[in-house]
Write a protein that binds this ligand. Sequence first.
Ligand code: SAM
Length: 285
Amino acid sequence: MAGDLPTLPPLRDVIRQHDLQARKSLGQNFLLDQNLTRRIARAAGPLEGATVVEVGPGPGGLTRALLIEGASRVIAVEKDPRCVAALAELAQAFPGRLEVIEGDATRLQVEERLGPGPARIVANLPYNVGTLLLVNWLSSERWPSWWDSLTLMFQKEVALRLVASPGSKDYGRLSVLAQWRSRPGILFDVDRRAFTPPPKITSSVVQIRPGEMPAGVEPTALAAVTAAAFGQRRKMLRSSLKSATPDAERILETAGIPPTARAEEVDVSGFLRLTRAYQALRGPK
Ligand code: SAM
């Protein structure tokens, strides 16, 4: 591709011209190092023939890397109108390949806009809504999911929670939601100084691929059971699960889990058994 690449202005010039001082309220920590953004784009690949959904393109550093690395189309959702204006120039440089939607990614459905070919979600997520977006993508009723992979920048502490095993301090609701029918992995860490402005802590690039859907488990029921169990993680399950069901002891017995166990001791398959027992007692929706 390198031969037909358009000449693009340095990102610092884009930021200056469009007056894009970072706003904390929008979780703005920009990546300006093209070696790093291209590394993230390559990690999300192969991108040829793929549509990439990017949340929060900001001044467009990762966006241009995705286009340079060969994404057929990028659909970028950005809440900050200042950035949307800056991205219009990038769209002109890659005709027909970049669609910028101004809006709040937590409220938008982009699935209908996808064409044929794989769909990959790639983002340096705004910290304030990153976990909410991830939980939405992981909890989709439709499975296999509309996305073929998620390649996402998170604070390292969130990344560790996604891949954590039972019994570790990082194991929690997010671990179960990320692992019950998907496979998460940490690709590499990114030093805080790689961002403008630098956040307080190290970040990690995470990749999640969809896996098999376990039989007989409704995502909303699993969400209810894990919310109750980890909502009071220090309590025994016979007590914490009462916020989801009056039959806590019975569902624990059916699932073969001691009533005195705590949420952090139960592995993913244990949560699936608990959810099936919860659904059976609750009856059809
Ligand atoms: N992708 C750019 C980069 O790597 O330099 C910017 C990443 S910055 C961490 C997060 C971006 O998400 C910002 O541009 C911010 O304006 C945008 N953003 C924040 N909340 C959003 C939301 N709810 N929906 C869409 N974009 C959002």
